[in-house]
Design a protein around this ligand. Structure first.
Ligand code: 5GP
Length: 212
């Protein structure tokens, strides 16, 4: 019998307004066995955001304590607030064989790339810069200053696309989600990921590939 191997670490980033959040939400609705890592942040909760579901909200002092005790897989300062990925949660989920999504900014993604040898890095792009601007405006949650900051960063951030393995243009959410599903399926067929299981259990893996 095939034992469930280590889960896949999927790192998703892209400029503010590209639709990472919407894509991840829809993806999670369709793929119940995939876990979304809940980040810690020092930013204040937005209306409707729930502690432990959207973020672990904390003070800067609490966040710095966690940095000092090496509790984060990565952390970064984004738009004047700290954001970080709790290391032990992610590790537990991966070890239990669950795929885990990190929806994090580019600095964080680059740190994950440096600190771990695993990870599938996916960059979400808007259909155009004009559309990106419109989406940030429509969201209505940003002040004018924050909007300009996010829009200017988007221009810089897109230059980092070459550090990623895959790019998905978010024109239509359903299609973008299908592309993400296809990426994950393909990654799970990569010989360098599955060769040990194949060699450990030749009969079983052939059965799994044929009938799953
Ligand atoms: P927002 O304030 O809109 O929820 O998030 C702002 C940015 O912070 C987004 O680009 C989001 O992907 C990023 N972010 C959220 N959580 C983390 C995290 O744990 N680490 C890093 N590096 N970025 C994060």
């Amino acid at each position: 019998m095939i034992t469930k191997g280590r889960g896949l670490l999927i790192v998703i980033s892209g400029p503010s307004g590209a639709g990472k959040g919407t894509i991840c939400k829809r993806f999670m609705e369709k793929n119940k066995d995939v876990m979304l890592s809940v980040s810690a942040t020092t930013r204040s909760p937005r209306v409707g955001e729930v502690e432990g579901i959207n973020y672990f909200f904390m003070s800067k002092e609490q966040f710095v304590e966690k940095i000092e005790s090496n509790d984060f897989l990565e952390y970064a300062e984004v738009y004047d607030n700290y954001y970080g990925t709790p290391k032990s949660n992610v590790e537990e989920m991966l070890q239990s064989g669950n795929d885990v999504i990190l929806e994090i900014d580019i600095q964080g993604a680059l740190k994950v790339k440096e600190n771990t040898r695993e990870g599938v890095f996916v960059f979400i792009l808007p259909p155009s810069m004009e559309e990106l601007k419109q989406r940030i405006i429509n969201r209505g949650s940003e002040t004018n200053e924050s909007l300009m900051k996010r829009f200017k960063s988007a221009y810089k951030e897109i230059n980092f696309i070459s550090k990623y393995n895959y790019a998905v243009v978010n024109d239509k959410v359903e299609i973008a989600v299908e592309k993400l599903e296809a990426i994950i399926s393909a990654e799970k067929c990569r010989v360098d990921r599955i060769k040990d299981s194949i060699l450990d259990s030749k009969e079983g893996i052939i059965h799994e590939q044929l009938y799953d």
